[in-house]
Design a protein around this ligand. Structure first.
Ligand code: D54
Ligand code: ZN
Length: 276
């Protein structure tokens, strides 16, 4: 498991391209028959991916956690961005099609990730945060969750936002999680941009043509930086940072947060004209 320390806006403004990428970009989430994880000290969130191809894979525990099993003190949100698969949670099977979500509560010991077809493996995006209590393990299918169209063709940001884990959806201790799908011809996400100093956020970009890139904007609203991001890569957004992006074509992304509250609408907006 990689470990990333939390750094602040004063150090961040002095970083060059490589240092920015080493601190905030997670390049590799899917490696066949493994779990890849990155432990961030921003709200102690773990971001990762599991890609079972020829075999099912068990979520291991890690020496960094000093726990008997991964979810001893944590909760986990999972969204499948690949082919159909099954997740076993203490022997109970949950089938996840593409864009279905599973919330797994604190205290669940044995988590097994499987694919139905090795030629079209499941790709499980993982987001975990410390948890003070145990909420029920529940699946949310994409067609059953709250969704809202956002943006406009004129703004090049016509998109649909799906909320899975949040105050009015699947309950959790800290996790808030969902995804956004941009329409063909739309390229901008999250503009006007916002911060929420009470929560960190991670963006995971998917369904992006491998030849294309996202120009992801981060930093304080008046001190922005950018990261060039490829398909299946994730960005850590500190609580003090904006998170917004413009693609060279359309794409989708999973957003996920942890911190002070599970209120999706808690955002402090910045006017576009105030960005620097
Ligand atoms: O805090 C919430 C998040 O940044 C996202 O949900 C924003 C987003 O999906 C979008 O504008 O497309
Ligand atoms: Zn946000």
């Amino acid at each position: 498991m990689q470990v990333r320390y939390a750094i602040g806006p004063n150090e961040t403004r002095r970083l060059d391209t490589n240092d920015l990428r080493e601190n905030f970009l997670i390049e590799t989430l899917f490696v066949a028959d493994t779990v890849q994880l990155c432990y961030s000290h921003f709200d102690r969130v773990i971001v990762g991916g599991a890609k079972p191809v020829d075999t099912s894979i068990e979520l291991p525990t890690y020496s960094e956690l000093k726990s008997d099993y991964f979810l001893e003190r944590r909760e986990l949100g999972v969204i499948n961005v690949g082919g159909a698969g099954t997740i076993q949670v203490d022997g109970q099977a949950y089938e996840l099609g593409k864009l279905d979500c599973l919330y797994i509560g604190r205290g669940r010991r044995h988590i097994m990730f499987g694919s139905q077809n090795a030629n079209d493996p499941a790709l499980y995006y993982l987001l975990s945060a410390p948890a003070h209590t145990s909420y029920p393990t529940q699946k949310a299918a994409q067609q059953d969750v709250f969704s809202a169209p956002m943006g406009s063709k004129e703004g090049a940001n016509e998109r649909v936002i799906y909320r899975y884990i949040h105050r009015d959806g699947l309950p959790s201790c800290q996790l808030v999680m969902g995804l956004t799908i941009l329409q063909p011809g739309s390229v901008w996400n999250t503009m006007p941009a916002h911060v929420h100093d009470r929560r960190m956020e991670a963006y995971f970009y998917f369904d992006l043509d491998p030849a294309h890139r996202i120009v992801h904007l981060m930093g304080q609203p008046t001190e922005t930086r950018h990261l060039l991001v490829a398909n299946h890569q994730a960005v850590l957004s500190p609580p003090w940072s904006i998170h917004s992006g413009c693609g060279t074509t359309n794409y989708s992304f999973i957003w996920g947060m942890a911190g002070e509250n599970t209120d999706y609408a808690d955002m402090d907006m910045t006017a576009i004209a105030d960005l620097r």
